[in-house]
Design a protein around this ligand. Sequence first.
Ligand code: GLN
Length: 535
Amino acid sequence: MAKYVFVTGGVCSGLGKGITASSIALLLKAKGYKVFMQKFDPYMNVDPGTMSPIQHGEVFVTFDGCETDLDLGHYERFIDEELNYTSNITNGKIYSSVIEKERVGDFLGSTVQIVPHVSNEIKNKIYEAATSSGADIVITEIGGTVGDIESAVMMESLRQFRLESGRENSLFVHTTLVPYLFGSNELKTKPTQNSIIELRRLGIQPDIIVTRAPIDLGEAVKKKISLFGSIPPENIIEAKDVNNIYQIPINFHKQHIEDIILNQFGLKSGKSNLEHWENLIKTSESLKDEIEIALVGKYVELEDAYLSVKEALKAAGYKYHTKIKIKWVNSEELEEDNCNLKEIFKNSKGIIVPGGFGSRGIEGMIKACEYARTNKISYLGICLGMQIAVIEFARHVCKLPDASSREFEELCVNPVIDLMADQKAIINKGGTLRLGNYKCKITKGTLAYEDYKTEEILERHRHRYEFNNNYKELLASKGMIFSGINPESNLVEIIELKDHPHFIACQFHPEFKSRPTRPHPLFDSFIKASIENKK
Ligand code: GLN
C-alpha cells in the first residue's frame, strides 16, 4: 500500500510550498523509494490553459498533454520523473466530473452533496495517483493558503483521507512564515501559531512544520512553535531564505526531514543517494563566466511566465560553468519608432523568442528575430518563436511583405503560419490545442541532428497554429532548412538557416524536458554557441 504526504501552506502564498514538496519528494527518491507528485489547485478553471500567464505564470505541459500549474515544472526538474494527467487536479475538474456523473444518473437518486460526493471525488484522485503510478509514496501539494474559502472542500477531503488511512500511512507538512521585525529585531511566531490553529479548525493536526524565515530560528523560537503547535521540536524544519532554490533539498536533508517521514510510515531509511544534487549545487556556486541572453516576449513583467525557459537556460549555463544573465525585453517596446535595437542588444550573445499567444508585441519579436539573423547572433525560437522566424524570413528574405500568421491576421494573403483543418472546427478554447508528446524525425547533417544525435525524438507541444507546407519550397530555396518533421502529419517541427552560425527554432517546447543536471540539447547548443559568440 502507498503512503501519502500532504503539503499545505499557511500565513500567505509564495512561501515556496512547491519547492518544499519537490524537495521532500527528491529526498525520498534519494532513499530509494518510488515517488509520484500531485498538485491540487483550488480554482474553478478546469486547467490553467485558459489563464493569462501574467496572472498565473507559465502553463507547464506534461508528456500526455495536460496543461498544468507551473509547480509541476519544479516537480519534474527536482525528481526527474515524467508526471501526467493525474498530477494536476483543480476544483474545475472535480466539479465537472461530479456534475457529469449526476447527469448520467451515477448517484442513483441520491441528493448530490459536497460531502460525500465532491469529497469522495477528491479522495479518489489521490488514490488514483497512487495506483496508476505504482509509487511507494505520493506527495500532494494543496495550492492556496489554509483558511481560503476555495480550498475548504479539498482540506475536508484530506481530513477524511487521514481518518481512513491512519497516521502511519499519511503525513501532513505545513509550511508557514516566521517574519522578522526590524526595530525590535526579533522573529515572530504568532502567524505560524495562528496558521496551525486554522489548520486544526479544519480537523488537521500537522506532523511537520516547515518555517520560512530570513534567519536561523534559534532554540527559543523553535520551542515556542513546538509548544503551541504540538509538534516535537525536531519536526520543525527550517526553510531559511536561499539564493538558489536547488539548495533547499540539501538544507532539509541536514535536518533529516526524510527520516522523520519514513519513521512515521514505518519504512526503512537507508543511505541517501544525493551525489548528483550535491554536484549541481557545487557547480552552480562556482560559475566562472557570465553571458547575457536577451529573452524577447510580451509577458516579461512576470518572470514566472517563462519559468521553465529560465531554468533551462540556467541548466545549460551550468554545463559550461557560465552564469546566464537574462535581459528581459518587452517586445512591444521594440515596436516604437525611436527604439535602438543595437543599444538594446549590445551585450546580448544570444536572442531567444519563447512561446506566446495573440497579436500584441508580434512586430517587436519579428524585429528582434531579424536583428539576430542579420547580425549573426545565436537565435533560439520556441513555438511562437519559430513562427516568428518563419514570418520574418518570408517577409524579408523571400520578399513576401504581407506574410503573417492566421492567428494575427485572419484574412492574411500569405499565411505562412496557418490553422490546420482539424483545428478549424474547434470552438472551445480550453484543452483543444495540439498538446503533449509528438514525434519528430530529424534529418542527418543538420544542426538539430548534431544537437540530438538521433533521428527520432519526442517533444511536448502546446500550440494551435502550424507552419504552412505550401510555402516550404519557396523558403527552402532561399536558405531555410526544415530539419525536423513530424513523420505522421508531415508538420514542420524544427527549422534552421543555412548562412548563420546558430539559428534554430522549434514548434515544440524543449524547456519542459530540460533538467538542472541534464540540460536540453537545444538549450545546450544555444548556450554553447552564444559563449562562442562572446569569444
Ligand atoms: N500562438 C501560437 C499557436 O497557438 C504559438 C503558441 C505557443 O507559443 N505556445 O500556435
